[in-house]
Structure formats: structure tokens, C-alpha cells
Design a protein around this ligand. Structure first.
Ligand code: NDP
Ligand code: 8X3
Length: 253
């Protein structure tokens, strides 16, 4: 029987790369996201290319009712989730605290913290019943440091860092692994989303140095998920070689 991975936010970037990486390992996959067309396209490709089974769940992680309904509607056999990758997340805006947009702040808090909690509560309860499972949380270097104008995004990723540590303790007695991966700059749709679709601003983020690829993160997540039963990677920071911290890049060499 193939293992099952649930990946939130699989319609682009790191989540999509994870879906492909776990398909290569012959996992059956539950993918989620708001963009239905992208989800369906990915489901078809994964099923065709890898001969695995895929369920696509189209919901917004901010909508607790929708999260609950979609997860509870999963066929019984698909509730035996071996790996949950809490990946859905975003940044919105890059302004100093006195100029930030309340809408942007609420979107980040509701997605990155509350959405992660809605999904984790349900899936971890299934894992507890089975006394087995692995939760992998997408933190960020922004959850280890703060940078100018990154205020609320950094706060949400610090919250993910705290929740990761808390889940590790709470789920310890139940034999469930909990890990976080904290990437530096990864070139995905992340900056397009942060700058509300401004392509020029988004491209500038990755100018003059070589950022990480989504596939670099997916490979590392596969490594985390495939350690022997007695090994848990609690926390992993991964950066482009030319980025030492959020504010230190080695550019144009
Ligand atoms: P992308 O924008 O490429 O992907 C984000 C994914 O999250 C999409 O699939 C999107 O799907 C999903 N998502 C966003 N909001 C929601 C929502 N409300 N409900 C459901 N799904 C949602 O960015 P990345 O791949 O880079 O980001 C993935 C994770 O990695 C995020 O948590 C991000 O914070 C983190 N990260 C990214 C870094 C980077 O430099 N790129 C570095 C460190 C961490 P859809 O729009 O279809 O809903
Ligand atoms: C994304 C990395 O440094 O842009 O989490 O916040 S950063």
C-alpha cells in the first residue's frame, strides 16, 4: 500500500515541486489550493506521469468550515496521511509598520497561522489515532530573523517556528514526527504575490545572485521525510549560497 502525503498550497512553487518529488517516491498525494484549474492540471499530470492516485481539494485555508468539510469528506482510506506538508502561505506587502495595509496583515495572519492550524488540528488528530505520521511545516528565514518592512510576514513565520516546536512536544507521546524547514530566498510566485502582481518589483528580489529553486526545497523535504524511524529533523535552515541572512546577499560577482 502506497504512503499518502497531503500538501497544502500545491498549485505553484514549493508545494508543486513537493508533489512531483513525492510522486517520484510513489506516494499517493492529496493536493490543495484555491486555483482549481492549476490543481486539476497537476492532478492529471501526476497521475499520467507517475501512475499514482491523486485527490485535489479546492479550498481556501483561511476558511475553517471549508477546510473541515473537505478534509472530513476524504474517503476513509485517505485519512491515513503519513506526511502533512503545511506549505500554503504567502507574504503581502513590504511597508513599514505605520504604513502597512490591514487587509494584507489579516491575509497573512489568517493564511500562514490560522490556516496552518485548521489543517493541522484535523490531520494531527488522525495521526494521533494511528500513532503514526509526520508533519513538516514551512517556516522561513523570516521566522528566525526580522528585516526592514517585513514586520507582519516575519511575525507569522516566527509563529510557525513556535508552533513547530509546540507540536513537536505535544505530539511526542503519540510517536508523530514534527519538522520545520526554513528557506531563504526561493524563486517562486512568492514575490509576485507579495507585490500584488508587480512583475518588475518581484524580479528585483532575485537580481544579482542565484536564489534557491523550489526543487531544492522539495528535495530537502523528501530527505526530512525519509529519515529512519528513530531520526527526526526538528529544524532546518536552508539558504542560497550567496545569501547569509535576510539582509546579507553576495551580489553581482
Ligand atoms: P507560491 O506563491 O509559489 O506558492 C504558494 C502556495 O500557497 C500556492 O500554491 C497557493 O495556492 C497557496 N496558498 C496561498 N494562500 C492560500 C490560501 N489562502 N488557501 C490555500 N492555499 C493558499 O510561494 P512559495 O512556493 O514560495 O511558498 C510556499 C511556502 O514557502 C509559503 O508558506 C512561504 O511563506 C514559504 N517560503 C517561501 C520562501 C520563498 O522565498 N519563496 C522562503 C521561505 C518560506 P493558491 O494561490 O492556488 O491558493
Ligand atoms: C521568504 C523569504 O526573506 O523574503 O519567506 O522573507 S523572505
Amino acid at each position: 500500500m502506497s504512503k499518502i502525503v497531503l500538501i497544502t498550497g500545491a498549485t505553484s512553487g514549493i508545494g508543486e515541486a513537493c508533489a512531483k518529488a513525492f510522486a517520484q517516491l510513489n506516494y499517493n498525494i492529496i493536493i490543495t489550493g484555491r486555483r482549481k484549474d492549476k490543481l486539476e492540471h497537476l492532478k492529471q499530470n501526476l497521475e499520467q506521469d507517475f501512475g499514482i492516485e491523486v485527490i485535489a481539494l479546492n479550498f481556501d485555508v483561511r476558511d475553517c468550515k471549508a477546510v473541515t468539510q473537505h478534509l472530513h469528506d476524504l474517503p476513509e482510506a485517505w485519512r491515513s496521511i503519513d506526511v502533512l506538508i503545511n506549505n500554503a502561505g504567502l507574504s503581502q506587502g513590504l511597508e513599514p509598520i505605520h504604513q502597512g495595509s490591514l487587509t494584507d496583515w489579516e491575509t497573512m495572519i489568517d493564511t500562514n497561522i490560522k490556516g496552518l492550524l485548521y489543517v493541522s488540528k484535523i490531520v494531527s488528530s488522525w495521526m494521533v489515532n494511528r500513532k503514526s505520521g509526520h508533519i513538516i511545516n514551512l517556516g522561513s528565514i523570516a521566522g528566525k530573523e526580522v528585516y526592514a518592512n517585513g514586520n507582519v510576514y516575519c511575525a507569522t513565520k516566527h509563529a510557525v517556528d513556535a508552533l513547530n516546536k509546540a507540536m513537536r512536544i505535544d505530539l511526542l507521546p503519540h510517536g508523530i514526527k514534527v519538522s520545520a524547514i526554513h528557506p531563504g530566498a526561493v524563486e517562486t510566485e512568492f514575490s509576485m504575490v507579495r507585490f500584488h502582481g508587480d512583475k518588475e518589483k518581484a524580479a528585483k528580489v532575485y537580481e544579482g545572485y542565484e536564489p534557491l529553486l523550489a526543487s531544492d526545497i522539495a528535495e530537502t523535504i523528501v530527505f526530512i521525510a525519509t529519515r529512519p524511524a528513530h531520526v527526526n529533523i526538528n529544524d532546518l535552515v536552508i539558504m542560497p549560497t550567496s545569501q547569509a541572512s535576510t539582509s546579507h546577499h553576495l551580489k553581482n560577482i
